[in-house]
Design a protein. Structure first.
Length: 135
């Protein structure tokens, strides 16, 4: 008896597949949607690599627009704790005031055009993966 098995190959994405969604820090608050996500990453970050397919699959299939912010060369200031990062970023509406504890980081940006703020911040692959699975 012979059995034929079909194995569906999972689609694998790369950041270059989403070139239209790449932004610089100066554009974080200029999205046209009333709510969207900004994913801050570095191509050399191992945690970013481990959550990369989750994030990019969400961008491909998600209900909420997701922008990609490669932090290299952006001049974003680092802070010493996740709590400090969330405290400074949540409520921020000025790109020059955005800080990071590390990558990956996912910002939820909400508001009317010209009045957008960061309303939530997820830091690390586990927080980001959990958040995206629920949104």
């Amino acid at each position: 008896v012979f059995l034929l098995a079909s194995c569906a190959k999972e689609t694998s994405y790369d950041y270059s597949d989403f070139a239209d969604n790449k932004i610089g820090v100066s554009l974080v608050f200029l999205g046209l949607q009333s709510r969207y996500f900004v994913y801050a990453y570095s191509e050399t970050c191992s945690s970013c690599q481990s959550v990369k397919q989750t994030v990019l699959s969400y961008e491909k299939n998600g209900k909420t627009e997701l922008y990609l912010l490669n932090i290299i060369g952006q001049g974003i200031k680092n802070v010493s704790s996740a709590d400090e990062c969330k405290e400074k970023d949540n409520g921020s509406s000025d790109p020059s005031q955005i800080v990071l504890f590390g990558t990956p980081t996912l910002f939820v940006v909400s508001g009317d055009y010209g009045k957008k703020t960061i309303t939530d911040t997820m830091i690390g692959k586990y927080e980001i993966g959990d958040f995206l699975s629920k949104n």
